[in-house]
Design a protein. Sequence first.
Length: 87
Amino acid sequence: MEQHEHTKAVLNRIARASGHLNAIKKMIEDGRDCSEILIQLSAVKSEIVNTSKVILKDHMDHCIVKAVKENDEETIKHLKTAIDQLL
């Protein structure tokens, strides 16, 4: 896999989401209110969705443009499968 324009930003987002999940785990261990935990889980879900969008756009800008130019149907097929699983 080639490095894309937003790789560093994606890695930072993943690190932030991971830290957020660890904080939620501690909230659960500490017996915090379920509503607070659900709100924090929603925030992590949003972080992951937004990170997925960045990766998808980056992939389209680089890999898919190249695949279309080279008539690489396999790469396009993989993208379709990934989108199906993402959504």
